[in-house]
Each structure stands twice: as structure tokens, then as C-alpha cells.
Design a binder for this molecule. Structure first.
Ligand code: UD1
Ligand code: UDP
Length: 384
């Protein structure tokens, strides 16, 4: 029997981190010919991940431009992927999550009548403008996809509520598979600025912020809150903030936070460095999706710099709270976690609602089952 041709598509940093362990799993399967195409919606931030995980994509569309718009990303991906799919004719295309690359990848495959598998399926806020445009991207991919790999049971229920019940598997999130390969107690950072951080004498607060729906006033409020926290707790806390390369984010972060000696605005970190820094931090302030999944697995409390989350599992487990985007709320909730050991302890326990490190194995098994190459489907991920 011919090998099953499975082509993995991704373009941004988080997709790459979460798809890398899956590409490696697919490469280990003798029944599968694994091919990889990157759109390079992100260039530097993608290349860093490819290097860490030793991935060498067969196709690279190299689409990134400064201050790119949603339309340019989507149209360049569609045009580039049409050629790739016509040349390769995969049996299955895998896309991940909710970026513009994800949406365009699923649509381009559909146009060629190629089956689509959606990794990290079923996350919803039910608000089409938040997160923007991710909620609509993932909903549309849900309609286009033939296979749906849901991290959690709650994600499966979200799809069922939309009438999507066929080809659905609960697998856990591949981010936990990735995290298991990167976090090491003895990790030495490549930069001495990070090796020299005093993580015991001072409380290390790890910050990231990049979401499009936070551009403008919400991001101004967030940065102003970070400044207020750094000033109020000078000598007690150290903020480390690897700033996303988006020029919009760079400008606002530097305008508010330059010149404070307990705030380190640094370049985006390689994934393994980021994971190990998180493992040494006291608290995480973020609007990132991936960090909301990783930090709970490492026992780190998270305050989410957004109005809502499509990842309610860790909120229910008590390790993540929604801080919103108003300055006073962010400062007050952070202050409580700095000043009250009791409040801190109630949030600082490790939970794994998003995965057990076996998501990639389940996804590969499900693909083989779906294409008649395995007798049984994988057992579902059972949650905490
Ligand atoms: C994208 C995704 C978002 C995801 C985020 C992860 C969409 C619409 N958004 O948002 O869902 O959470 O990635 O980080 O798909 N840039 C560089 N070098 C890089 C990466 C970005 O210079 O390596 C700059 C470029 O000027 C680029 C800008 O950042 O135009 C914005 O990148 P883009 O992918 O459009 O948006 P993100 O905010 O990164
Ligand atoms: N990350 C990283 N370096 C950084 C910041 C984040 O490797 O400087 C990782 C982080 O650990 C997580 C992923 O990037 O795995 C999250 O990406 P991002 O926040 O850009 O996107 P989102 O998850 O919000 O889509």
C-alpha cells in the first residue's frame, strides 16, 4: 500500500511550537510520508522555532512583510499554497489553531478538494471580534475540516454545539508534548542577562502582549499598568518582557517602559529559553493563548490581559484569572499576588487540563484509523 501523504502547514511562532512535535511524530510513522510547508507569516520568530526543533520544511512561501494586513497574509498564502498542493497532491493537509495561515491553509486545501485536519480544534469565545480575527478563523476552519483534533472534552462539546460530530478526536494539546522536551532544571540561558536574574530574592514577572484586539487603548492601559507595577514594587519585582516583533507592539512597549531599571524589554526568546524562563518565574501576565496553556502545567499563576478566554479549563482549575485590559484592574490583581502569600498559594499549583504529553501520538493514530490504516481509534485524552 502507498504511504499516506500528510502535509503540515504553519506560519507563525505558536503554530510552529505546537506543530513541531507532531511533525516529528509523523516522521516516525512508517505508514506516513510527512511533508512540511511553512508560509513564514512570521519570519524571524518562525525560523527560531525551526532551528530549536531541527525542522527543515520542504516548502517555504516566505510571505512576511512589515505591518502586513489580514488580506495580504491570506491572499499570499492562498496563491502560494495552490501551487504547492497542485504539485504535491497530499492525501491530508494539517493546519493548526486560528491564525490567518491556518484559515488560508484550510481554504486552499478545500479548493483542491484535499482533506483537512484541524489541530487545536473547538476553541471558542463565541464573540466574533474577540480574539480578532482568530475566533472567526477557527470557526471557519471548523466548517472546512474533515478531521478535528480537540485538546479537551470542552472543545469537543463546542464543536458538537455547531453540529460538528464526525471525525472529532479529543487528544490533548500538542503544546504539552513540546513543553516536555524543553524544560530542564539545569537549563543555562544563552544570554547572561537571563542567567544572572535573581529569581529567589526578587519576584520575576514574565510578560507578553501582542493581540490585535488589544491594539490602541487596551494596549496603552496594559503598558501603563506594567509601569505602575514596576514603580510600586521597585526592589521587589523584576519584569521580563520579550517584546513581539510587531512594530505596533514594539512602539507602545518601549514608549511606556524604557528607562525603568527593573523592567527588561528583550528580543523574543527561543522557545526553549522561554519555557525555562517561565519555569523560574513567579507570575505570568499575558494575552497569549500558548502561555495560558504552558504556565499552568508549570504551576505558575497567570493573569490574562484580555476580556475573555477560549481556554476556561485552567480558570476552572484556579491557576488562571482574567484581569481584563483596564489599568486599575491589572495593577490590583497583580498587587494581590505580590503581597498576599495566601492568594498566591491558591493559584500556584501545577495542573494539566490541556494535555498529558501524548497528543501527537493520538493525532497520528487517529489519522491512520481515519484512513483505514489502523483498526482502532486512539483513547481520548481524559483531562486532569
Ligand atoms: C499572528 C496571529 C495571531 C498569533 C500571533 C502569534 C493572525 C491574524 N495573527 O499575530 O493569531 O497569536 O501571530 O505571535 O494570524 N514580525 C516580524 N518578524 C516576525 C514576526 C512578526 O517582523 O518574525 C512583524 C511584521 O512586521 C509583521 C507584524 O510583526 O507584519 C505582525 O505579524 P502578524 O503575523 O501579522 O501578526 P501577529 O500579531 O504576529
Ligand atoms: N514564546 C517564545 N518566545 C517568546 C514569547 C513566546 O518562544 O519570546 C512562545 C510561548 O512559550 C508559546 C508561544 O510562543 O509557546 C506563544 O506564542 P504567542 O504568544 O506569540 O501566540 P499565541 O499563543 O497567543 O497565539
Amino acid at each position: 500500500m502507498d504511504k499516506l501523504k500528510v502535509m503540515t502547514i504553519f506560519g507563525t511562532r505558536p503554530e510552529a511550537i505546537k506543530m513541531a512535535p507532531l511533525v516529528m511524530e509523523l516522521e516516525r510513522r512508517p505508514e506516513i510520508e510527512s511533508l512540511c510547508c511553512v508560509t513564514a507569516q512570521h519570519r524571524q520568530m518562525l525560523d527560531g522555532v525551526l532551528e530549536i526543533f531541527h525542522l527543515k520544511p520542504q516548502f517555504d512561501l516566505d510571505i512576511m512583510e512589515p505591518r502586513q494586513t489580514l488580506s495580504t497574509i491570506t491572499s499570499k498564502c492562498l496563491m502560494g499554497l495552490e501551487k504547492v498542493f497542485q504539485e504535491v497532491r497530499p492525501d491530508l493537509v494539517l493546519v493548526h489553531g486560528d491564525t490567518s495561515t491556518t484559515f488560508a491553509g484550510a481554504l486552499a486545501a478545500y479548493y483542491q478538494q484535499i482533506a483537512v485536519g484541524h489541530v487545536e480544534a473547538g476553541l471558542r469565545t463565541w464573540d466574533k471580534y474577540s480574539p480578532f480575527p482568530e475566533e472567526m478563523n477557527r470557526s471557519l476552519v471548523g466548517r472546512l475540516a474533515d478531521l478535528h483534533f480537540c485538546p479537551t472534552e470542552a472543545n469537543r462539546r463546542n464543536l458538537a454545539a455547531e453540529g460538528i460530530t464526525k471525525g472529532v478526536y479529543v487528544t490533548g494539546n500538542t503544546v504539552i508534548d513540546a513543553l516536555n522536551t524543553t524544560v530542564r532544571k539545569e537549563h543555562r540561558f544563552t544570554s547572561d542577562r537571563l542567567n544572572d536574574l535573581d529569581c529567589t530574592g526578587r519576584k520575576l514577572i514574565l510578560v507578553t502582549c501582542h493581540r490585535r484586539e488589544n491594539y490602541g487603548d487596551p494596549m496603552e492601559q496594559i503598558m501603563s499598568a506594567l509601569r505602575a507595577i514596576a514603580e510600586r514594587y521597585a526592589g521587589q519585582v523584576e519584569l521580563v518582557y520579550p517584546v513581539h516583533l510587531s512594530p505596533v507592539v514594539q512602539e507602545v512597549a518601549h514608549r511606556h517602559l524604557d528607562g525603568l531599571n527593573n523592567v527588561r524589554l528583550i528580543e523574543p526568546l527561543p522557545a526553549d529559553e522561554m519555557h525555562n524562563l517561565m519555569a523560574r518565574s513567579y507570575l505570568v501576565l499575558t494575552d497569549s493563548g500558548g502561555l495560558q496553556e504552558e504556565a499552568p502545567a508549570l504551576g505558575k499563576p497567570v493573569l490574562v490581559l484580555r476580556r475573555e478566554t477560549e481556554r476556561p479549563e485552567a480558570v476552572e482549575a484556579g491557576t488562571v484569572r482574567i484581569a481584563g485590559t483596564r489599568k486599575e484592574d491589572i495593577v490590583a490583581m497583580t498587587a494581590e499576588l505580590i503581597e498576599s502569600p495566601a492568594a498566591y498559594e491558591t493559584m500556584a499549583h501545577a495542573v494539566n487540563p490541556y494535555g498529558d504529553g501524548q497528543a501527537c501520538r493520538r493525532i497520528a493514530d487517529a489519522i491512520l484509523f481515519q484512513f483505514g490504516r489502523a483498526e482502532r481509534p486512539p483513547e481520548p485524552f481524559a483531562g486532569r
